[in-house]
Design a protein around this ligand. Structure first.
Ligand code: HEC
Length: 106
C-alpha cells in the first residue's frame, strides 16, 4: 500500500468513526479497522490478501480458525515471535471480530 492509499484508507476510517448513526456492528467493525490499520496491515495487508512464502492469507479464512490461531499465539500453543507480540494485546472478543472481518474478505 502506498502513502496515498493509506491516507484514503485512514480517511475512510475517520468518516466511519464520525458517522452519527453508529450501530453495534459498526462499532465492532471500527474497532477491527483500528486494530488492522494499527499493525496487521503491515504484514497481512488491509484485507488480509497480502501473502508471501512466510505470510499466510487471512482473507476468506474461517472466523473461528483465525480467532483460535490468535489465541494460540497469545498463550504460546503456537509459536511465532511476531504473532506472539501482535496477539498479546487482543481480547477474545477482538480475536473473533478480526476473524469475522477477514472471513468476509474474498
Ligand atoms: C510483522 C508481521 C506481522 C504482523 C504485523 C502481523 N502478522 Fe499475523 N502473521 C505473520 C506471520 C509471519 C505469520 C505466520 C506465522 C507462522 O509461521 O506460524 C502470521 C500468522 C497469522 C495468523 C495465522 C494464519 C493461519 O493461516 O494460520 C493469523 C490469524 C494472523 N497472523 C493474524 C494477524 C492479526 C490479526 C494481526 C494484527 C493484530 C497480525 N496478524 C499482524 C506476520 C505478521
Amino acid at each position: 500500500m502506498n502513502l496515498w492509499q493509506f491516507w484514503k484508507f485512514f480517511g475512510l476510517i475517520c468518516a466511519f468513526l464520525m458517522s452519527p448513526a453508529i450501530t453495534l456492528a459498526q462499532v465492532d467493525e471500527a474497532r477491527v479497522q483500528r486494530i488492522i490499520s494499527g499493525s496487521c496491515f503491515i504484514c497481512h495487508g488491509p484485507t488480509g490478501h497480502h501473502t508471501t512464502e512466510l505470510i499466510p492469507k487471512l482473507a476468506g479464512q474461517n472466523a473461528e480458525y483465525i480467532a483460535r490461531q490468535l489465541a494460540n499465539f497469545k498463550n504460546g500453543t503456537r509459536v511465532n515471535k511476531e504473532m506472539a507480540e501482535m496477539s498479546s494485546k487482543l481480547s477474545t472478543e477482538e480475536m473473533l471480530a478480526l476473524g469475522k472481518f477477514f472471513e468476509k474478505q474474498n
